[in-house]
Design a protein around this ligand. Structure first.
Ligand SMILES: *Cc1c(COP(=O)(O)O)cnc(C)c1O
Length: 390
């Protein structure tokens, strides 16, 4: 008999009833060090007092009004994001993939609005992940994602990650944009070279197409900058963000320059819930913390510390770890044995991590992680490595 919850996930047999900072407490009372962060979502850890207060305060006042009216929290968060990024304007959504689709619509609308309606296709790269709607799985072009869900939505072309020759050759007079994650998460924790990102910016300018970055996982402080593309010193035309943006309250955002969003006028796009007062109250509270002076510098410091420890561990355990890679606090440990087994054994040792493609164990600590928690994580990792093959 099919379970009441549609069985689309291979879930671990553990459930949590509360969390505090970098720790989760299971229903059986066991404590876990949370280096999964709900897949890079709970960026300020669990039950952060500033976020709890913001949500409780808003919950007692007003939950939802729709976008028929002005939403002051939206205006405030949009203004703050505009001030902190390349963007001039922001559309709020309920999830990552909706923000991604909004960005695709912005790209297509830009082209039709500027007299190039035949330019509607988007180039993506191998290993990409953009979400689970019909168009997002078509963009990723992964057999695993699209199998059984055909016909595959048209409009997406794909080139190898990191290959500029292939990319140039794939650009046609129908291309509207290039879409890429500055650091691939699901795809195996693969950071794009900074020079590659800079070259993408140049190519987009040369061909008059838009650079569209998916920073749903790599953004919001995860790499030690507010957004990962800042490391390359470039700016996109359109970008989607989500995951960390709400610290656990589900919402996303599509950010764009004024030029790119010129066609997005009243009636062109919408969402019933998008940017509702609850989401915006929490979103503003998350940003309060992430933009505090020194916060991102501390993330960078902790990330370098964790990186050094992981490299040291890999050096001492070549029988278990093949490679350490990633950027900031989006780190991947490619294991020799199956990554799923490694993660299950880590969990038994009291630590949570996330699988990624290419047999990678993904480490996504909350951005508030400290030295003591990194030391504890290393103990758990060391125990799993020492306990046996892979
Ligand atoms: C998680 C993720 C998405 C999809 O976000 P959802 O909120 O699950 O729809 C899209 N792109 C990237 C890079 C992601 O990591």
């Amino acid at each position: 008999m099919i379970p009441a919850v549609m069985p689309t996930y291979a879930r671990a047999d553990v459930a949590f009833e509360r969390g505090e900072g970098a720790y989760l407490y299971a229903t059986d009372g066991r404590r876990y060090l949370d280096f999964a962060s709900g897949i890079a979502v709970t960026c300020l850890g669990h039950a952060h007092p500033h976020l709890v207060a913001a949500l409780q305060d808003q919950a007692a006042k007003l939950w939802h009004t729709s976008n028929l009216y002005r939403v002051p929290g939206q205006e405030r968060l949009a203004r703050r994001l505009v001030d902190a990024t390349f963007a001039d304007t922001v559309f709020f959504t309920n999830s990552g993939v909706e923000a991604w689709e909004c960005a695709v619509k912005v790209c297509r609308k830009y082209m039709s609005h500027t007299g190039h309606p035949k330019r509607w296709r988007v180039i993506t790269v191998g290993g990409a992940f953009h979400g689970r709607t019909l168009s997002a799985i078509a963009a990723a072009k992964s057999e695993k994602l699209v199998k059984g869900f055909g016909p595959v939505v048209e409009g997406y072309d794909q080139v190898a990650f990191g290959n500029l020759n292939e990319l140039r050759a794939a650009i046609t007079d129908e291309t509207a944009a290039i879409c890429i994650e500055p650091v691939q998460g699901e795809g195996g924790v693969r950071p794009a070279e900074l020079d590659y990102l800079r070259a993408l910016r140049q190519i987009c300018d040369e061909f008059g197409i838009l650079l569209f970055l998916d920073e749903i996982q790599s953004g919001y402080g995860r790499t030690g900058k507010l957004f990962a593309h800042e490391w390359a010193g470039i700016a996109p035309d359109v970008m989607c963000a989500a995951k960390g943006i709400g610290g656990g309250f589900p919402f996303g955002a599509c950010l764009a320059t004024e030029a790119a969003a010129a066609g997005m006028t009243a009636g062109t796009h919408g969402s019933t819930y998008g940017g509702n007062p609850l989401a915006m109250a929490v979103g503003n509270a998350v940003l309060d913390v992430v933009l505090e002076p020194g916060f991102l510098e501390r993330v960078d410091r902790m990330a370098r510390l964790l990186w050094d420890r992981l490299c040291d561990l890999a050096e001492r355990h070549p029988e278990a770890i093949e490679q350490v890679r990633g950027a900031g606090l989006l780190l991947g440990v490619k294991t020799v044995g199956p990554n799923g087994d490694f993660i299950a054994r880590l969990r038994d040792a009291g630590m949570l991590a996330v699988p990624a493609a290419d047999n990678v164990v993904r480490l996504l600590p909350p951005l508030i992680v400290g030295e003591a928690e990194i030391a504890e994580a290393m103990k758990c990792l060391e125990a799993v490595c020492a306990a046996g093959e892979g």
